[in-house]
Design a protein. Structure first.
Length: 201
């Protein structure tokens, strides 16, 4: 880390919080504190310090920060797309490598349309905005729209465009969560896209 390198070169103690990914599919936050020990010629002989896992605290802090953002946006009368974008970012805080998209449901046209996804790749976003999905993805594979669905992209009977975009961007897995009203009517779809190829149970 650049901050630690600079502190060591200047013979200063260092203290930093960092986000790390020690294993595929996990995110950890650590607090690192230490300093360099030099010899009589000023040459660094040893760097010593401590590392503490602060993941639980950072998760609580991040959740509270994102929740406050959403509540402030709702209270100020912010647009629906802005609020959905904040919710997308809240979910993305816990993704190692992926992004979130929110789709609305057009009851009259019976189509899904893009609503929010601040970190969606531009190529995917362009296609998503201009090409509404005529059939909800879960119905494409014969599942009820009210059921969350989790699968590898290779398992989906998707359109050639979706397969092409997924391959180009590197999407390997997708988690689809229906957004329903109190009567189980369709409001939209929350899609979580993963770039790793872990096994789907």
């Amino acid at each position: 880390m650049q901050m630690i390198d600079r502190a060591i070169k200047r013979e200063l103690p260092f203290k930093v919080e960092a986000r790390i990914v020690p294993q595929l599919g996990t995110i950890k936050w650590v607090h690192i504190r230490g300093g360099a020990i030099q010899d009589e010629l000023g040459q660094i002989q040893l760097v010593s310090g401590t590392i503490h896992d602060i993941t639980d605290r950072k998760i609580v802090e991040r959740e509270q920060y994102r929740r406050n953002q959403v509540l402030e946006a709702l209270a100020s009368g912010a647009s629906q797309i802005y609020v959905l974008s904040l919710i997308s970012r809240m979910l993305e805080d816990f993704l190692v490598d992926g992004f979130v998209g929110v789709w609305g449901w057009d009851e009259e046209a019976e189509k899904l349309f893009w609503q929010a996804g601040p970190n969606m790749p531009p190529r995917y976003l362009e296609a998503a905005k201009n090409m509404p999905i005529e059939v909800p993805p879960m119905e494409l594979i014969g599942l009820n729209y009210t059921t969350p669905f989790y699968a590898k992209v290779s398992q989906l009977e998707a359109s050639p465009l979706y397969e092409e975009l997924s391959a180009e961007i590197g999407i390997k897995r997708v988690f689809l969560i229906p957004i329903l009203n109190e009567s189980n009517g369709k409001l939209g779809l929350l899609s979580v896209y993963f770039m790793d190829d872990m096994e789907v149970l």
